[in-house]
Design a protein around this ligand. Structure first.
Ligand code: MEV
Length: 327
């Protein structure tokens, strides 16, 4: 039996603008995670059990573009290509060390505590955990770079034009200052700070909000490039404040970032209500996080106020909150 896991993620600054090359900041959220277990099976084929999404199926019965099926098919494809390439140049022994010839009978159990379509990176976490489990069970070692690149290809398949921030944070499980297409850059946290994450309970596919922002951008590129520049400046300033430990000023940056996300039409009445409730309860700043229209928001909190803010968020309609320290 093999098990593998991957954490959730939360974007602190810069979502949506990051798709257009501006920087964004995101951190892993280890309180939630996707876990995959692979076992040998007596039945023929690959059986997938993912009770959280009510999936109990044979791989062959799933459409090839199903999120889980596509990871398994693509994994098989790359491991076989690599094996064939090696068999042309390597000895038989080296070939065997890089994956099985025939896909064995398997049972794959997938569980996740990351709510789906909520801005916490659930899709990327399932992909990364599944990939790591397959790679280990089938003896096809992959580097973190290979896992990240593979997960990005899967994100593209399902999310249209993703920036790659989700798969990057989930794969490396580190705070990331992310610029699309550039090598991974992490950031230091001068003084640890607390954020409260609150879930509206509304699933909102990132693909749709990203596509809607693209329509706005296509209709008036000059205007939206200007808005994305402003978001990029906020993310740059936030990185500096986090690194120098000047986190109190981050709240103001969060508020400005939320206003720009509202302008992009990716907020919602429920997100705005939670943002407002957090500010009233003493949060230094608050904003939606991720694709928007539903999913999660974040509030920056002095540690001693985090519980009060969390209660205020629940009273204002949040379905769940997570208090986490960025350190
Ligand atoms: C989704 O977590 C973040 C977005 O910026 C989309 C992306 O970067 O791919 C909305």
């Amino acid at each position: 039996m093999t098990t593998a896991s991957a954490p959730g993620k939360i974007i602190l600054f810069g979502e949506h603008a990051v798709v257009y090359g501006r920087p964004a900041l995101a951190v892993p959220v280890t309180q939630v995670h996707a876990d995959v277990e692979i076992l040998g099976s007596d039945s023929t084929g690959v059986l997938i059990h993912a009770p959280g999404i009510n999936l109990h199926a044979d791989l062959n019965t799933l459409p090839s573009d199903h999120p889980v099926a596509s990871v398994i098919h693509n994994f098989l494809f790359i491991s076989r290509i690599s094996r064939a390439e090696r068999s042309r140049s390597d000895s038989e022994g080296a070939v065997e060390a890089r994956g099985e010839g025939k896909f064995p009978n398997l049972q794959i159990n997938i569980t996740s505590t990351i709510p789906v379509a909520s801005g916490l990176g659930s899709g990327a976490a399932v992909t990364v955990a599944l990939l790591r489990a397959l790679s280990s069970y089938l003896n096809y070692p992959m580097t973190e770079e290979e896992v990240n690149a593979f997960a990005y290809d899967i994100e593209k398949l399902h999310h249209g034009t993703p920036s790659g921030i989700d798969n990057t944070v989930v794969t490396y499980a580190k705070p990331v200052y992310f610029i699309k297409g550039q090598p991974i850059e992490t950031f230091k946290v001068g003084t640890p700070f607390t954020i409260v994450i609150a879930d509206t309970g509304i699933s909102a596919p990132t693909k749709e909000s990203v596509a809607d922002v693209r329509k706005l951008w296509e209709a008036d590129k000059m205007k939206w490039e200007g808005v994305f520049d402003e978001v990029g400046e906020i993310a740059r300033a936030a990185k500096e404040k986090i690194e120098t430990g000047d986190w109190r000023l981050l709240g103001e940056l969060m508020n400005r970032n939320h206003a720009l996300l509202q302008e992009m039409t990716v907020s919602s009445p429920e997100l705005d209500a939670l943002v407002e409730a957090a500010r009233k309860a003493g949060a230094t700043g608050a904003k939606l996080s991720g694709g928007g229209r539903g999913g999660n928001m974040i509030a920056l909190a002095e540690a001693e106020k985090a519980d009060d803010i969390s209660s205020a968020l629940m009273s204002a309609g949040a379905k769940n909150t997570i208090v986490t320290q960025v350190s």
